[in-house]
Design a protein around this ligand. Sequence first.
Ligand code: HAM
Length: 466
Amino acid sequence: MPAKNKKNPAPKKKAVKRTAPPAKVQPAKAVQSVPPVPPVRAGSTPQLLRGMRDILPSEQKYWRHVYRVVDGIARSYGYERIDTPILEETSLFVRSVGKQSDVVEKELFSFLDRGGENISMRPEGTASLVRAYINHGMFSMPQPVKLFYIGPMFRYERPQAGRFRQHHQFGFEVFGDANPVLDAEVILMPYLFYKELGVKTMIHINSLGCPNCRPSYLNELMAYYRPKRSQLCEDCKRRLTKNPLRLLDCKEPGCVAIREGAPHIVDFLDDECKNHLMRVLEYLDELLVPYVLDPHLVRGLDYYTKTVFEVMLADETQAGQYALGGGGRYDNLVEQLGGRPTPACGFGIGIERAILQMKNQNIDPTDDFKPDIFLAQLGDTARRKAFLLFEELRGVGIKIAATFSKNALKAQLETANRLGAKYTLIIGQKEVLDGTVLIRDMESGMQEIVDYNKAASDMRKKLGLI
Ligand code: HAM
């Protein structure tokens, strides 16, 4: 039930209590907590769970690149990072994402914890951010409040290309402002993200209206589907009575074909919703964001009002069966979860899917760490001196690398070359005795000898740092 006390919010502590009534709803399937440990077969290696994957070192450059681009966009557009827990009360997702949504009905990782509490691993980030916005009284901060997050999400889906049971998302959410310019901003940002990666995308957009105009559309939708009930899949037969908007979301080929003739919600929007959509589209035109109106786009989560959108590959012949990102406006969700009425909108992007596109299109992110200096050493005493110099150089802000376990100079120079270091500093037996360091310019091959104690300041000069 929404909180009615709009004018005088209760102090923080009370608000927390009021906003989190005990959950009555059961998850789709709650497994018994603390199941007995299965017998362990000696010598067998535990395997990865289905739909889960390791992100190996060779892949990390893609992830670092994604984080860098996300961080740049967040700073430019003024979004602050927030991290919320992976585990939440199951009722949070049931009440926000929707009891009849696939995400809640079929895909939640839910269980009873040791205290008998019904909890779930988050399938998405928006619900947790709304909870955090309410719990921390963010309505008393200057609005809009702009937040972003990055982290793992869990959905018990059938694994296939680009679809995992643990995937990672970054998402941006803006609270406390109903202006359509913010809808345009949360569409622009994922578009810019992909543009910066080098992936061309197309935005699919629709409006789901509001509680004012949606009921008349739903009546029309049910009138269209009812005579076709026998041709629908079992899930859709249920959706027809329980949550008819979800009918448009079904991926079963038979239901997809029937959807073609379904009425369009845009034809039922009231003036305010129509106007809002027009303003969003005007902004997108001005910002040169390519989009298509997709009259049957409803998204898989129940909390949306007005704008909904998905980010697809521009080249549809290449497009997989999935969206590269999606989002929309959810003006009623904060109130629905017990907060003050607060308009909000946002988007989420699947990082694995973004990286898959980079790989498919041979987009190789420039590696972020390119050392200016590689420090090579020969022999045990040299290694000790090299360690000290390494830290001194690193401490004055020089980007430096070394492989202290290697002894052969050839192997060390090869690594220096591979990393693209500008200079290699070499400390061997002779340099230890002389108290010197040999500097090799990796491009020209020129070498010079400098005093060990002056090496740091000499290198800073060479690199233009002083
Ligand atoms: P969503 O469309 O359910 O929206 O998920 C966002 C994105 O996460 C998808 O477009 C896709 O790229 C990725 N994704 C989802 N499921 C998987 C999966 N099983 N494997 C790999 N990637 C996946 C949301 O979650 C909303 N919270 C977005 C939002 C934010 N709406 C408003 N604000």
